[in-house]
Every structure is written in structure tokens, then in C-alpha cells.
Design a protein around this ligand. Structure first.
Ligand code: SDX
Length: 381
């Protein structure tokens, strides 16, 4: 029998766990592809709903397919009163990511289809979950400020409805384009931690609500989706460009991780960060916060000079917070916005995987006492 591989691949680093045609991350070339389209092309020319369709179904929709898809999403985007009441009951106390996790789980508990493992039902659940995210995340944003909910407007697109449900005002074309592009950039990203969580869950033939709840729970962590909130806090802590060298040197000397930098796959500049950096520069200039951007840019220069050789560059989380901040969001809403986008990748990859399913069951290398040991009664220990 072949000698089993006894090497431990901590964090599954470098281990290929599945095949997928949904998207590809080229960490050496700094290239991100969704179904063969470069992220730059989609960011410039597409919109989030079209990209969600592309990720889910493998091709860009024609006009009829697109209208049907949008109509399906709009038909279930409203929240029931009890769901709104749940958000209002915990929305001003708990972190918005904890509220989001709770709400998706609650909606799933009420959905009779959530006991089905039928592929068609899993796909319907995927669209129902995605359709409700703009209203769920928008209502959470308002509840965290003690504001009453705003019902989604069926005439608005996914990104615009999220802004409308969050602020109570319909966004202008520029605000909608910025948010829509941010959602495209965050829609999918290979076998990242939260997507992997979704796969592990769906592979047990659990329902899509369970898979998305697993993914939301995983995205919350500061080493993953939670980094955007902390990255902006670090930029504000540095305060001005001339402080960057000293503050970062001290943090690095203390072995602190600088949020928004480094990546398990990208060993060059994250292509999403390039696009977000452009938005960050224009929105901070527009709202008179140029110093914030200049500070971030100097931090980038310092980090690349110190750690660029180790393949540490800005990632998607470094500039995104500045963009959301300029759109009026509190920093604790940055990761829920990440989830609002990633729900497309989570569901697309879960549906793809479960069609050719295999339960995940890795091993752990046992390094404990092999025994067998004698059992000693408690009175004699
Ligand atoms: C996302 O996987 C995805 O695709 C994720 C994502 C997506 O779209 O889904 O792209 C979104 O999660 C982006 C990453 C957001 N997280 C952060 O910005 C947190 C800060 N980054 C680091 O924690 C780190 O870079 C990771 C966790 C992202 C990746 O780390 P790895 O690949 O596990 O590498 P490592 O932690 O083992 O670090 C290798 C070396 C270490 O130094 P040495 O011990 O070798 O001396 O690089 C150093 C680390 O200390 N290092 C950093 C650093 N990142 C790595 N040092 C300072 N600051 C950092 N940010």
C-alpha cells in the first residue's frame, strides 16, 4: 500500500480540494478571472446582477435571461415583518456580521425548502437568499443606528437597492456605479476561507441557508473579510503620511499583522486593490479627505519597500474601507458589504460542487500519547 502522505499542510496551504470553472485567481500574475472574463473587463462594463448570473450559470445572460433573472430576484427581495423585527431587536447591540449570520439562519429555519437536498431547491434557495441581501444588509445598517427600515424599490438594481435600503435615499449614478463595481470586485475569489466553509457544509447535503450561514461566520474573522474594517482603523491611526514609516515599523517590530496587506494566493498587487485605490483617490478628493488617501498611499509605499520581496502587497481590503466610509457607512458595515457581494460566489461554487459531490473529510496528524493508558478512578488521581 502507498505510504500515506504524513506531511501536514497547515491551513490546507497549496492543497487542491476541488475543480471549478467559476473563477480563477492567478497569484503570480495578479490576475482574477470570472468564467474567463478578466475582473477589469467586468468592473468596467458589467453590473453585479449580470456578474452574479455569469457566476451561477456560466455565461453572460441574453436580454430575456437577464430580465427573468432580475424579475426572480425582485419577486423575493422583501423582508417579512418578523425578520425586520428580529433585526431591530438585536441590530443596535450586536456586530452587524453576527446579525447577518443570525438573520440568514432565521430565514432558513422558516423556509420549508430548507429540508430539501434537491438541486433545483438548492438553486431556488440560492436566489432567494441573494435576493434578500440588499434589504437585510441595508436594514442592519439602519438598525445599528436606531433607524427604521426602508423597503426595497423594485425599480432599483441590486447595488442601488442596497444603498437605498441603507440610507433612505436613492443613490446618484456615480454612487451606484461605485457600489456596483465594489460588489463585482468582491463577488468571487476562488477557494477562500468563507467559500471553502460553504463547500464543506453543502457537501454534507445540508441546505444552502446552512452553507451561507457557515460562510458568513467564516468571513467575519479579521484575517479574512474582517480586515477591511481594521485596515481603515490602522490608516486613521497612522493619521498622516509622515507618520507611516514610524508607526508601521513599530507594528512590524511587535510582530503585528498590518490589515489589508498580504494574501495567501496573491504574491503581487491584488488586481482588485488597484481598482479600489482609484475609487478611494477620487472619493476622498471629493469629500475633502485627501489626507486619508495620501496616508494610505504612503503606507503602501512603506509596506512594499519592507515586505514586497516577501510577496506582501495591498489586498482587496486595504482601500475598500475608505470607499465605503465615503459612501457614509460605519466601519462595522464593511464586512457585511463584502458578504452582500460574495453571496454570489458562495452559492455558485456550492451549486457547482454539490452536482459532483464528495464529502470533505481531511485528516489531522495525531501527535498525542498513543496509549493505551490505564484508567485511574478520580479518588486516586
Ligand atoms: C481576504 O483567500 C482569499 O481569496 C481571501 C480574499 C477573498 O477575496 O476572499 O482575498 C479576502 O481575506 C484578503 C486578506 C485579508 N486579510 C488581511 O489583510 C489580514 C492581514 N494579512 C495577513 O494576516 C496575511 O497576509 C494573510 C492571512 C492574509 C495571508 O497569510 P499567509 O499566507 O497565511 O501567510 P503568513 O500569515 O504565514 O505570513 C507569511 C509571512 C509571516 O512572516 P514570517 O513569520 O515568515 O516572518 O508574512 C508575514 C507574516 O508575519 N505577513 C505579514 C502580513 N501578512 C503576512 N506581516 C505583516 N503584515 C501582514 N499583513
Amino acid at each position: 500500500m502507498m505510504q500515506a502522505d504524513t506531511e501536514v499542510h497547515k491551513g490546507l496551504e497549496g492543497v487542491i480540494v476541488s475543480e471549478s470553472s467559476v473563477g480563477f485567481v492567478d497569484g503570480q500574475a495578479g490576475r482574477l478571472v470570472y468564467r474567463g472574463f478578466n475582473i477589469e473587463t467586468l468592473a468596467a462594463r458589467s453590473n453585479y446582477e449580470e456578474v452574479a448570473y455569469l457566476l451561477l450559470y456560466g455565461h453572460l445572460p441574453n436580454q430575456k435571461e437577464f430580465e427573468n433573472f432580475k424579475a426572480t430576484l425582485r419577486s423575493t427581495m422583501e423582508l417579512n415583518t418578523d425578520t425586520v423585527d428580529l433585526i431591530k431587536s438585536i441590530g443596535h447591540k450586536a456586530h452587524p456580521m453576527s446579525v447577518l449570520r443570525t438573520v440568514v439562519s432565521y430565514i432558513g429555519a422558516k423556509d420549508p425548502k430548507s429540508n430539501s437536498t434537491d438541486l433545483k431547491d438548492q438553486e431556488e434557495m440560492s436566489l432567494r437568499i441573494m435576493s434578500k441581501f440588499p434589504a437585510i444588509v441595508g436594514t442592519i445598517a439602519r438598525a445599528s443606528k436606531g433607524l427604521n427600515p426602508v423597503r426595497p424599490d423594485p425599480k432599483l438594481g441590486y447595488a442601488a437597492n442596497f444603498l437605498y435600503c441603507s440610507t433612505g435615499s436613492r443613490p446618484d449614478a456615480e454612487q451606484e456605479k461605485i457600489m456596483d463595481t465594489c460588489l463585482i470586485l468582491h463577488a468571487d475569489h476562488g477557494s477562500n476561507a468563507s467559500t471553502f466553509s460553504a463547500l464543506v457544509t453543502i457537501a454534507t447535503l445540508a441546505d444552502m441557508y446552512s452553507a451561507v450561514t457557515s460562510a458568513i461566520s467564516t468571513l467575519k474573522g479579521p484575517l479574512h473579510g474582517g480586515a477591511n474594517e481594521l485596515a481603515l482603523e490602522t490608516i486613521k491611526k497612522v493619521g498622516k503620511p509622515e507618520n507611516a514609516e514610524q508607526v508601521l515599523s513599530k507594528m512590524l517590530a511587535n510582530k503585528e499583522k498590518i490589515m489589508g496587506f498580504g494574501h495567501r494566493v496573491y504574491k503581487v498587487y491584488d488586481p482588485r486593490a488597484r481598482i479600489l485605490k482609484g475609487f478611494a483617490e477620487s472619493v476622498t478628493h471629493k469629500n475633502g479627505k485627501e489626507v486619508l488617501f495620501q496616508t494610505a498611499e504612503q503606507m503602501e509605499k512603506v509596506m512594499i519597500s519592507k515586505l514586497g520581496e516577501k510577496g506582501i502587497f495591498p489586498n482587496v481590503d486595504f482601500y475598500s474601507g475608505m470607499v465605503y466610509d465615503s459612501l457614509g457607512f460605519e466601519s462595522n458595515m464593511f464586512t457585511p458589504i463584502f458578504a452582500l457581494a460574495r453571496v454570489a460566489g458562495w452559492t455558485a461554487r456550492s451549486l457547482e460542487y454539490v452536482k459532483d459531490n464528495k464529502l470533505f473529510r481531511p485528516k489531522a496528524k495525531y501527535v498525542g500519547e498513543i496509549g493505551p493508558k490505564d484508567y485511574i478512578e478520580i479518588q486516586k488521581r
